[in-house]
Design a binder for this molecule. Sequence first.
Ligand code: DGL
Length: 267
Amino acid sequence: MTVAPTAPLLFFDSGVGGLSILGPSRAALPNAPVVYAADSAGFPYGTKSEAEIAARVPALLGRLVERYRPRLAVIACNTASTIALPVVRAALDIPVVGTVPAIKPAALLSRSRVLGVLGTDATVRQPYVDRLAAEFGNDCIVLRHGSAALVQLAEAKLRGETLDPAVARDALSGLLDQPGGDRMDVAVLACTHFPLVEEELAAAAPHPIRFVHGGEGIARRIAYLTQGQPWPDAPPPGTAVFTRVNDDVHALEKALAGYGLARIEAL
Ligand code: DGL
């Protein structure tokens, strides 16, 4: 199948979290046309049921693909990926890259063999996470904690608001206060919002903790899947599309521009 140089990469998340995936992807493929889609009307995903997410995400991606005709779609959201990735893949006729907790690289890094998985409530309870922990961390204690407040913190940070340091501290305590938690040396940021507040998490850590996430790995995967395809000669302005455009979205304009997203549209 021939791909037009203007065919974009489509990134999808409930909110701004997917920017932590878009960042490394733009660094790897600077001339890629980009559409960043946020389901602001459905945000947040992490406190929703599996059924709600499984019904919502494939339908939205179908509409987005029809409108923007991307060459590839990235579900830049752990919650949506761990629940709906197979259904989305079956429904679309383009490659779909998912975002799943980076337990494998975390297990390779850990010396204490105590890992943390910090995600949304919906992600940390997924059997997908059980499988990753069994496959790659079977000699590790894999602690899990879900934090909806940390998702909100990342959104607030990108809106330029003043942040409460207690939020990052409480989220980390959710892991550190579990049995063995005092030995945790690596934490997987298993929600794409969390790398956006990595600085706040590091500042809240009582001892050095390495934070790992999948952004760079996904960028490499996109580069591999689009190898040999044509791109524009210069970086084109990107588009951000929201399922609901309100004041919160307008407050994100500056942060979005920093990721090359110059245009805002409503779906
Ligand atoms: N960024 C999303 C994730 O990676 C979900 C955040 C939310 O909407 O709760 O899980």
